[in-house]
Design a protein. Structure first.
Length: 253
């Protein structure tokens, strides 16, 4: 029985490696315990079968055990818990520490889940080395309906459309905000210039009024001086006339 269990386990591991080899990953998996310890490869596998649950930019290759556990905790919280595959802390600790057999058991559970959910045919096959495909080696997915099997290309195209729309909206909002800032700046400048011009005109009006008042005062002073001079002249003439009259009277006598 022990030998049979070992054979079954060995065959399962071989099937597991064969299954992994068909999946397009960012790097080859030579040692599952080491390569899967930071949860990045696991996230890539889940992204292929359950794309709407996984955001790959959340998972970055790391070396420290603490950072690896953080990756696993995020994957556990955001993806695995939604797929009813939530991991315990002890399992996460084993995966982060490259415990023998932990990665294989994890992948076996994922493979079992994929088969149960019927999404195993959605995986994009790696391109063959030759330019032709031999008869009998055509992937099964070519025989299925595109409606029943949404590919990653369609998902990527939808994502690109949404991202472009988001970028366009952000650009329009940014342009509108910049235009408002410029408009407010010109309005403030116009208001300040108007106030400066108004104050300048008021000051000029006051200055001109002051000059007119000074000129009127000068004219009045000159008129008064002329009148005083005329009064003095009249007084002198009166004195002279009186003197002449007195002289003529004396001659008559």
């Amino acid at each position: 029985m022990a030998n049979e269990d070992k054979k079954d386990t060995k065959s399962q591991v071989e099937e597991l490696y064969a299954w992994i080899s068909k999946i397009p990953l960012s790097k080859p998996t030579k040692n599952l315990s080491r390569d899967l310890s930071d949860a990045v490869i696991t996230a890539e596998i889940l992204k292929i079968y359950y794309p709407r649950y996984v955001d790959l930019h959340n998972y970055v290759s790391v070396n420290s055990i603490t950072a690896k556990k953080e990756n696993w905790n995020m994957l556990n919280r955001k993806v695995l818990s939604k797929l009813d595959m939530k991991l315990t802390k002890s399992v996460i600790n084993q995966l982060a520490n490259c415990h023998p057999g932990a990665a294989e058991n994890m992948l076996l559970e994922i493979k079992k889940k994929v088969v149960q959910d019927g999404v195993d045919l959605q995986i994009p096959q790696k391109q063959p080395q030759n330019d032709f495909v031999e008869e009998g080696n055509i992937p099964d997915e070519s025989m299925s309906s595109p409606v029943d099997q949404p590919t990653s290309k369609s998902l990527d195209s939808k994502t690109s459309i949404f991202s472009r729309a988001k970028q366009m909206i952000s650009f329009i909002l940014g342009w509108f905000a910049s235009w408002l800032c410029i408009w407010n700046y010109f309005q403030d400048t116009k208001f300040q210039l108007t106030n400066h011009l108004r104050n300048f005109l008021k000051e000029n009006a006051k200055a001109s009024n002051g000059e007119n008042i000074n000129e009127e005062n000068d004219v009045r002073v000159k008129i008064v001086q002329k009148m005083q001079e005329l009064h003095v002249m009249m007084c002198n003439l009166n004195h002279k006339l009186t003197y002449l009259e007195s002289i003529t009277k004396l001659k008559d006598l």
